[in-house]
Design a protein around this ligand. Structure first.
Ligand SMILES: Cc1ncc(COP(=O)(O)O)c(C=O)c1O
Length: 455
């Protein structure tokens, strides 16, 4: 075991390949269905929204996919990211556990999201795309794609969930600084947005709705715009595996191996990024790390959702996939972790969860912020509210190890910093945060509208 605190890789250690879990997963992928015909989608349907290179990655069974040199050059602006041992947090908790965290908050956008924004912008550029549309919840994804589009000289239209748009003006300005156009969703720019506003002019928006608007804007652009998604899809999870590949090397430098690997999960991308390379070690090399996804009790798709086919968005324009879902028109309560307010979860994560290869826990909002502040005071970093879910679970693991007198090695992904999330911290510090129990009735109502899929 090393007595260092920071484990820093050289630029030459930057991974040359992304890791595709589908090459090693014992669970075969489920078909992706057209939202209209409910038949398996064809590359032609997907090509309205995505460039062919990303579609090929989406369905690839190749184990390692080479990272283009142009992407690696930009990754070098912030990768490899540091791994830290949270010695001061361990001390504050009085735990015998060793806590490590991978700090993705050092990226220029402040989160893991550029890991996929950069290659997505790159593959679009190569395919001749001129403009992209996307949604953003907390603003982290929109920020990442804004800077990636600016690097590759692409226009960008961002549909930002209205509650976040109103509570996080600096995220909007961040995106605008890189040249993006940002709209509060639901907007009056799309048919779907107008229909939502006609029913409820004060609708706070949701990720599902913002996705619908961004998909509609691309699908009705006569090929002028393509769409980009910041989570859920296989190619996004693939791009995020640089996190876990680096962490494997860094745990090696620390001379330790994690007993438990933790990531927060909204659509599943940062969790997959840290987890999949460790899962490969479980599946292929006899390791036995426990792998834990952490979600909010307000939107507990893995722990409480139904594992079935559902639409990826509220307006039923995105493909139907098999996932743990709370229902495509379920609007999660307005918790401050905007990036975790999604009704579903990446199908690949769901299949692994269903097979018992990974586990999941749901944590409450107030306890999450309590963990965030405890972490900030010990380690000096104010975490993104999304990442604080992983911190809550890591602290709970450390306290459990203390109670049992066990030495446990805990690794979690700090998916982002919370420097733009001061409204959330202000609400917590002022005692104004609410806990939301599992919204069972609203979920039941939404689940009545699942698509009737016959395979
Ligand atoms: C910092 C941060 N962490 C986590 C997430 C959740 O997304 P995912 O589950 O795809 O990692 C988000 C989403 O916006 C985020 O901004």
């Amino acid at each position: 075991m090393s007595d260092a605190t920071r484990f820093i890789l050289n630029e030459s250690d930057l991974p040359k390949f992304w890791y595709n879990i589908n090459a090693d997963s014992p669970v075969p992928p489920n078909p992706v269905l057209h939202p209209g015909t409910m038949e398996p989608v064809t590359p032609d349907f997907l090509s309205v929204l995505f460039p062919m290179d990303l579609i090929m990655q989406e369905i690839s069974a190749e184990r390692f996919i080479e990272i283009p040199e142009e992407v690696r050059e930009i990754y070098k602006l912030y990768r490899p990211t540091p791994l830290l041992r949270a010695r001061r947090l361990e001390k504050a908790l009085g735990t015998p556990a060793h806590i490590y965290y991978k700090n993705e908050g050092v990226s220029p956008a402040g989160s893991h999201k550029p890991n996929t924004a950069i290659p997505q912008a790159f593959y679009n550029k190569v395919a001749g795309t001129k403009a992209l549309t996307t949604e953003t919840g907390a603003g982290q994804w929109g920020s990442a794609l804004s800077l990636a589009c600016s690097f590759f000289d692409l226009d960008l239209e961002v549909y930002m969930v209205k509650v976040s748009y109103n509570s996080k003006p600096y995220r909007r300005i961040f995106m605008e600084t890189f040249g993006a156009q940002v709209y509060a969703s639901p907007t009056d720019r799309t048919n779907y947005g107008r229909s939502v506003l006609a029913d409820d002019p004060n609708n706070p928006g949701s990720l599902g709705m913002a996705i619908s608007e961004a998909v509609e804007a691309a699908a009705t652009s006569n090929g002028a715009k393509k769409y980009s998604l910041g989570s859920v899809l296989n190619h996004v999870l693939l791009h995020q595996t640089v996190i876990g590949e680096e962490a494997l090397k860094q745990m090696d430098m620390a001379n330790e191996y994690p007993d438990v690997v933790i990531g927060c999960a909204g659509g599943g991308s940062n969790f997959s990024g840290i987890a999949f390379p460790f899962l490969r070690e479980n599946l292929k090399n006899g390791k036995r790390a426990r792998i834990v996804a952490v979600e909010p009790t307000a939107a507990p798709s893995l722990t409480k959702g139904v594992y079935t086919f559902d639409y990826g968005d509220s307006a039923k324009m995105a493909p139907i996939v098999k996932m743990h879902t709370l229902g495509h028109d379920f609007i999660p309560p307005s918790i401050h972790a905007g990036g975790l307010r999604y009704h579903g979860m990446a199908p690949t994560v769901c299949a692994l969860y269903d097979a018992g290869l990974i586990s999941a826990v749901a944590v409450k909002q107030k306890a999450t912020f309590e963990a965030a502040v405890q972490f900030a005071k010990a380690e000096g970093i104010i975490p993104a509210p999304e990442s604080a879910h992983a911190i809550r679970a890591a602290i709970d693991e450390a306290l459990d190890a203390k109670e049992k007198g066990e030495k446990r090695v805990i690794l979690f992904n700090l998916s982002g910093h919370g420097n733009f999330d001061m409204t959330a911290y202000e609400a917590y510090l002022g005692g104004g945060l609410e806990d939301y129990e599992y919204p069972a009735e609203a979920v039941q109502e939404s689940l009545k509208k699942l698509p009737q899929v016959q395979l």
